[in-house]
Write a protein of this length. Structure first.
Length: 158
């Protein structure tokens, strides 16, 4: 039985997961000179790390979701977040471009998996009459640039 109260903490956890994905996706774009120097490649090749993440995310979302749909959502979500942590650590410590590229591709797969889960997970956290509210509130945050105040802004307007 789902609670009648709105699950702000659970939705905040989903928003944090979405924020982790966005940071993982876009951070290399802000670190092009530093990563270029560390990896000994031109900045344009480092820029491909952002593209690789996005392409892997888009291509993997549907097939990976189809494969994982019979599994419990919580362990899958935890696995995705653990995957982000591991692959971000590999990206941060790697001095070899091919390894960094592979880590970014795999992180993109994690991102596609995460995005395919977020709305469904939010909808299942609340009673049927609050599903639109849960999905809309999260989607507003997930589609905008995440900020520490996004959650509180959304909570006040819901």
């Amino acid at each position: 039985m789902l609670p009648d109260t709105f699950p702000w903490w659970g939705l905040l956890a989903l928003t944090t997961a979405a924020f982790t994905d966005v940071v993982t996706d876009l951070l290399p774009a802000g670190l092009l000179p530093q990563m270029s120097s560390s990896l000994h490649v031109p900045e344009a090749r480092v820029g491909l790390l952002v593209s690789a993440f996005a392409i892997a995310s888009a291509l993997a979302a549907i097939p990976v979701t189809a494969v994982l749909r019979g599994l419990p959502r919580r362990p899958v979500l935890i696995g995705v977040l653990a995957g982000f942590a591991l692959l971000n650590a590999v990206t941060a410590m790697s001095g070899w471009y091919p390894l960094t590229f592979a880590a970014r591709l795999l992180a993109g797969v994690m991102g596609g998996t995460l995005w395919s889960m977020l709305a469904g997970y939010a909808a299942r956290m609340v009673p049927a009459r609050q599903r639109g509210r849960a999905i809309e509130g999260g989607a507003r945050q997930w589609q905008s640039k995440p900020s520490p105040t996004a959650f509180t802004r959304s909570r006040r307007t819901l």
